[in-house]
Design a protein. Structure first.
Length: 162
């Protein structure tokens, strides 16, 4: 039996474990800097900036979806950005990922969101096939850009110096 529920503060260590598992799967574990304290603050602190749905299969935690609001200027309405969707290897193919996305879609509909956006690594064909089967479209004309680290600091300093 699959259960999807909003995470609570006691779930944070499990969420962090899933983040490490996801990073290992994506060959990016060396980039994980998050701590339990970071996640407690981000998810349950005075100004939460993200939410998590936790998936359980037969009572055991097997995956999560971490998401936060975004906004479409063209539609003039909020949306949801799905930052991470992860299901443990032994639970894949059992409907957990679909159940997480269905729960997130219900939240989006209830909040009158215009869409859910997320990124997928280009090499992850299995995930791409899964998402396409649900009706998701790859936006091939768009490119994800990121400003971080030293470049972000430089630009921030330049703007403050004016």
């Amino acid at each position: 039996m699959i259960e999807i529920q909003p995470a609570c503060p006691a779930d944070v260590p499990q969420i962090l474990q899933f983040i490490h598992e996801l990073a290992r799967f994506e060959h990016l574990e060396q980039h994980v800097r998050a701590t339990v304290t970071d996640l407690e603050t981000a998810l349950f602190g005075p100004r939460p900036c993200a939410e998590v749905l936790l998936a359980r299969l037969d009572g055991a935690p097997v995956g999560f979806a971490l998401f936060f609001p975004n906004f479409s200027t063209f539609n003039g309405r909020a949306g949801i950005h799905l930052e991470d969707l992860y299901v443990t290897a032994h639970a894949r193919g059992r409907g957990v990922g679909r159940a997480l996305l269905q729960a997130l879609a219900r939240i989006a509909v209830a909040r009158q969101c215009v869409r859910i956006d997320w990124e997928v690594l280009a090499w992850n064909e299995r995930a791409l096939e899964f998402y396409r089967a649900l009706g998701a479209q790859a936006l091939d004309d768009w490119r994800l850009l990121r400003l971080g680290g030293a470049a972000l600091a430089r630009l921030g300093e330049d703007l403050n110096a004016r």
